[in-house]
Ligand binder design. Structure first.
Ligand code: PMP
Length: 292
């Protein structure tokens, strides 16, 4: 794989498009030491970024929750994303805006730091590989749990919240799995390391209430698509023991899109018509073939 700091192209950086290899920060950057950083992940399909404004709004909201409001408006972030795609000649791509506290001050206190923002984009195929849609993913159960909302800003897409996601994902991969299902601090089912989770039983979808993890943009879109198909959608607390009774399961996320699951720990799921139908609906929606 070509390292991410050694590629051709342009990265939007604090208001200007910089040559890719020159989009650098100093090692004494607050965001790097203290995780005072937030980010987004979106995808462009045929030149249109799906739910672009929602992503820009969430980036601003995340930074605000972390105490470093961004000086760029939602419209400015939207325009910067589109300018970055254009500069790189990309119409189908993953888009990664990131914002962080700079190197103006070191130490836990960061009052003098300034907010910075960069936007990169690159061609990125299926997050879980081309086979995932056919075979379904194999997930283990993570040892780490999603923190309680009173221990971390769990509504923010904050870099610090991903520390346990990377650790969980690595443990899963080392054991031959593709991802891990994370429980929350109470022991209820929460989400995967970078995507939300849904379960299917008959004509009903069950998904955990997002009270300590991201209420994903894809999650909300898929809930609308499910209702359009006449499925009932239930948001509730789900305990791991209940996984025994579900027929299908799938993940949702801007990167992961809709990806069926074949197993989670000891439980097995069918890669069935509901999961595959919603995967198709989502693909139609983001590609502008469906209005929902
Ligand atoms: N949870 C986590 C931990 C994620 O990283 C993501 C991806 N942003 C999601 C859920 C899904 O969010 P979205 O559908 O907005 O991409």
């Amino acid at each position: 794989m070509v390292p991410f700091d050694d590629r051709d192209g342009f990265i939007w950086f604090d208001g200007e498009l910089k040559p890719w290899r020159e989009a650098n920060v100093h090692v004494l950057t607050h965001g790097l030491h203290y995780a005072s950083a937030v980010f987004e992940g979106a995808r462009a399909y045929g030149g249109r970024v799906y739910a672009l404004t929602e992503h820009s709004e969430r980036l601003r909201a995340s930074a605000e929750m972390m105490g470093f409001p961004l000086p760029w408006s939602v419209a400015e972030i939207d325009a910067a994303v589109m300018a970055t795609l254009k500069a790189n000649g990309l119409s189908d791509a993953y888009v990664r805006p990131v914002a962080w506290r700079g190197s103006e001050q070191m130490g836990v206190s960061a009052q003098a730091t300034k907010p910075h923002m960069a936007i990169a984009c690159w061609a990125w195929g299926a997050y879980f590989g081309a086979d995932a849609l056919k075979k379904g993913l194999r997930l283990t159960i993570a040892k780490w749990r999603r923190p309680a909302p009173y221990t971390a800003p769990t509504k923010a897409k904050a870099s610090g919240l991903y520390m346990i996601c990377t650790m969980s994902k690595h443990e899963a991969e080392a054991a031959g799995y593709q991802d891990a299902l994370m429980l929350d601090w109470r022991g209820q089912v929460a989400e995967a390391t970078g995507a939300n989770v849904f379960f299917v039983k008959g004509e009903t979808l069950h998904t955990p209430t997002p009270d300590c993890f991201l209420d994903g943009i894809t999650r909300r879109s898929v809930m609308r698509l499910a209702e359009r198909r006449g499925l009932k959608v239930v948001e509730r607390a789900i305990w791991p023991e209940e996984l025994e009774g579900f027929e299908q399961a799938f993940l949702t996320g801007s990167a992961a899109e809709v990806t069926p699951l074949a197993e989670i720990g000891p439980w097995r799921f069918e890669v069935g018509a509901t999961a595959l139908g919603l995967a198709k609906d989502y693909s139609d929606l983001v590609n502008g073939r469906l209005n929902a």
